[in-house]
Design a protein. Structure first.
Length: 217
């Protein structure tokens, strides 16, 4: 059974997630933006050697700020980021730390992913979906019927597109891609409350009723 725990962290309360697979014992963390004693306690209780990945949905400081420190403590965990956001891990102008007066501890990703890539996790696989718009390298991660959407899709809204490498056109196409996923999914968002895909299809103005013949994307 997959268990998911949310930790809103930092001054912007970006959601970090700890995900554990009871059957295999493996775990991963998504978007560790700031220090969390509760998160590290959970990692330790599960077994530090079982932390397999540190997954990043995109490269903004509020989602990556504690990544380097986690990697130092758990060196076997692989840092994963979308290929187009790899430069954010060492560039404080791109990751917006500069504009908040922050000096991030820089790092490099172990794995750079692209659309359709898969990561082994116990008997399951984590599927990567490229969802540019908020940043060029934004990605969502699908595990079973759960999607970790970062700042692409959030309850009743979508991510801003006016930051470096953002694009309203790309965001439109990414929303369309998520809209067209087959079936319903639990959505674990980068900020705010969790939601589900059917609710967003029916209520989110950023997730319009896309036409099959829409050639914008």
């Amino acid at each position: 059974m997959i268990k998911i725990k949310k930790f809103p962290l930092g001054q912007l309360e970006a959601n970090c997630y700890f995900v554990n697979d009871d059957e295999s014992g493996y775990s991963f963390v998504i978007d560790p933006g700031d220090m969390s004693p509760e998160l590290e306690k959970m990692i330790g209780e599960n077994g530090a050697q079982r932390l397999k990945y540190i997954l990043l949905t995109h490269g903004h400081f509020d989602h990556i700020g504690y990544t380097a420190s986690l990697k130092e403590k758990y060196p076997d965990a692989k840092i994963v980021i979308g290929r187009e956001d790899s430069a954010f891990t060492t560039n404080d102008a791109l990751n917006l730390g500069l504009y908040f007066g922050l000096e991030l501890k820089h790092f490099s990703a172990d794995i750079e992913v692209a659309d359709g890539d898969k990561l082994d996790f116990g008997k399951s696989q984590i599927k990567v979906i490229s969802t540019p718009g908020h940043t060029k390298g934004s990605v969502c991660y699908i595990l079973d019927n759960n999607v970790f959407t970062g700042d692409t899709l959030m309850m009743m809204t979508g991510g801003r597109t006016d930051f470096p490498t953002g694009s309203s056109h790309d965001m439109f196409c990414s929303m369309k891609k998520l809209y067209e996923l087959d079936g319903d999914y639990n959505l674990y968002c980068g900020h705010g409350e969790n939601t589900n895909l059917d609710f967003e299809r029916n209520n989110n103005i950023f997730m319009r009723n896309f036409e099959d013949d829409d050639i914008y994307c």
